[in-house]
Design a binder for this molecule. Structure first.
Ligand code: MV4
Length: 450
């Protein structure tokens, strides 16, 4: 693995492509940006050292086309490929294809990607590593009858999850025996359609929980954790606001969660940046493993703001075989950071995506404010990809200071020409309960939007 990276292919688009280019620039690594025809005028194409158009707008032909991406990397003599998040970032076949062609895939081995991509397998691995998991089935269930037996044993409500799913896709909550058969058929059909695999497993469904995830980074037996992010503010499995540290954790719980995350990493021999997702029951103070994401995530900047580490730089540097010169004791959480995701969506219309021309754009600034965005005045948001326009990240010495900065920065920010979620965030930040840090994963749905 001791091979330097001189040139890296950025196999993604939007703000994360810029994020990777920025890290590479600081590391003295040349970048090759791939792009679709719809992204020809993107900032990533302008900022990268080289660029290569690999197809038309449709993502199946471009950012999801593994052979095209590998071909572009080889043609431009890249040493490494950064997949960003989404697209092929957690695709075992893509990682394998990179490996087979002598390219450093900035991520874990294909084998680890596949193991964690199988959510029933990930649950089994977590259990082996001694991490608490919710009561539920031992692996996948064979059908409706076994699902019903498990549900009776663990007591309703239960949640049916697609083993090939993750991130909340292909899930059904079942409140009583009467609803099981139909929910099972729906979940299996949805899973088959979306992932080509209808395997289902069953868990006890917990309500009033927080979604708390631990950031990890490292190589094999030298993995470090960078504290947690509270991602409970979401709607229909789309995160809207993330923060670190979680208002709900004590120092003791934080270190227990961190230790649990590291046990899983050591158990599977994890290499890369990664995130271990837990659900946290505030009443009982219990946490349970949910899944592991084997990529850099959208919300990584909040962790960067409170720890001071450039996670993307570390992630790339690590893959050259150079050991990370960081010890766990050096990773200290300083102050508080929040991130608001500004999307091209209409909150007044069920968060319907609103692509189109941005006629005016002004980015906020000042102390403690960071904006990760690929948009500018005159940029047209294409309709083909996700609707993330900008991540507004604010840091403060305390949560209160970070919140005050966020309110101030949201007021400074101008995006005209299309509908955005800016107004949603302004209203959310006025909520007493949110200000108190008192929320759960159903907060937006049940408390705020009503
Ligand atoms: C759960 C759960 C409650 N109980 N599992 C959603 C994302 C995925 N990583 C795990 N998820 C959940 N798993 C058990 N046993 C609650 C969630 C969950 C959720 C579920 C449905 C709709 C929105 C949700 C938001 C956060 C967490």
């Amino acid at each position: 693995m001791n091979k330097p990276i001189r040139r890296l292919l950025v196999a993604n688009r939007g703000e994360i492509a810029l994020r990777v280019i920025r890290a590479c620039r600081e590391l003295g690594i040349e970048t090759v940006q791939v792009y679709s025809e719809a992204d020809a005028n993107s900032l990533a194409v302008k900022l990268a050292d080289r660029s290569v158009c690999i197809g038309r707008a449709h993502s199946g032909d471009t950012y999801l086309n593994a052979p095209f991406l590998v071909n572009a990397a080889l043609m431009h003599q890249a040493d490494a490929v950064h997949p960003g998040y989404g697209f092929l970032s957690e695709n075992g076949a893509f990682a394998e294809m990179c490996e087979q062609h002598g390219l450093i895939f900035i991520g874990p081995s294909a084998q680890v990607i596949r193991a964690m991509g199988d959510k029933a397998m990930a649950r089994k691995l977590a259990k082996e590593a001694g991490i608490p998991i919710t009561p539920g089935s031992d692996g996948n269930v064979s059908g409706i009858d076994e699902a019903r037996d498990v549900a009776e044993r663990i007591v309703y409500p239960v949640i049916l999850k697609a083993s090939a799913g993750g991130g909340g896709r292909g899930m059904r909550v079942v409140w009583n025996a009467g609803g099981l058969a139909e929910a099972f058929r729906e979940a299996a059909r949805e899973a088959k359609g979306a992932f080509g695999d209808d395997a289902i497993y069953v868990e006890k469904y917990l309500t009033r929980i927080r979604h708390i995830e631990i950031q990890v980074l490292g190589v094999g037996d030298r993995v470090l954790h960078f504290g947690e992010r509270d991602c409970s503010i979401q709607r229909r499995n789309q995160k809207l606001v993330e923060e670190s540290p979680s208002p709900a954790l004590t120092e003791e719980l934080r270190s227990r969660l961190g230790e649990a995350a590291l046990r899983l990493c050591r158990h599977v021999g994890y290499t890369n940046a990664g995130t271990i997702e837990f659900i946290f029951d505030e009443e009982s103070k219990q946490f349970y493993f949910m899944e592991m994401n084997t990529r850099i995530q959208v919300e990584h900047p909040v962790t960067e703001m409170v720890t001071g580490f450039d996670l993307v730089k570390c992630q790339i540097q690590m893959m050259t075989g150079e050991p990370l010169a960081i010890s766990q004791e050096q990773i200290r959480i300083n102050g508080h950071a929040l991130e608001c995701r500004i999307n091209a969506e209409d909150p007044e219309n069920n968060f319907l995506p609103c692509p189109g021309l941005i006629t005016r754009y002004h980015s906020p600034g000042g102390p403690g404010v960071r904006v990760d965005s690929h948009v500018f005045s005159g940029y047209t948001v294409p309709p083909y990809y996700d609707s993330l326009l900008a991540k507004l990240i604010c840091w403060g010495r305390t949560r209160e200071e970070a919140l005050a900065r966020m309110r101030r920065a949201l007021d400074e920010m101008v995006i005209e020409g299309i509908k955005t979620t800016l107004g949603f965030h302004k209203r959310l930040l006025e909520q007493e309960q949110f200000q108190q840090g008192n929320f759960h994963t159903r907060y937006v749905q049940e408390v705020f939007l009503l």
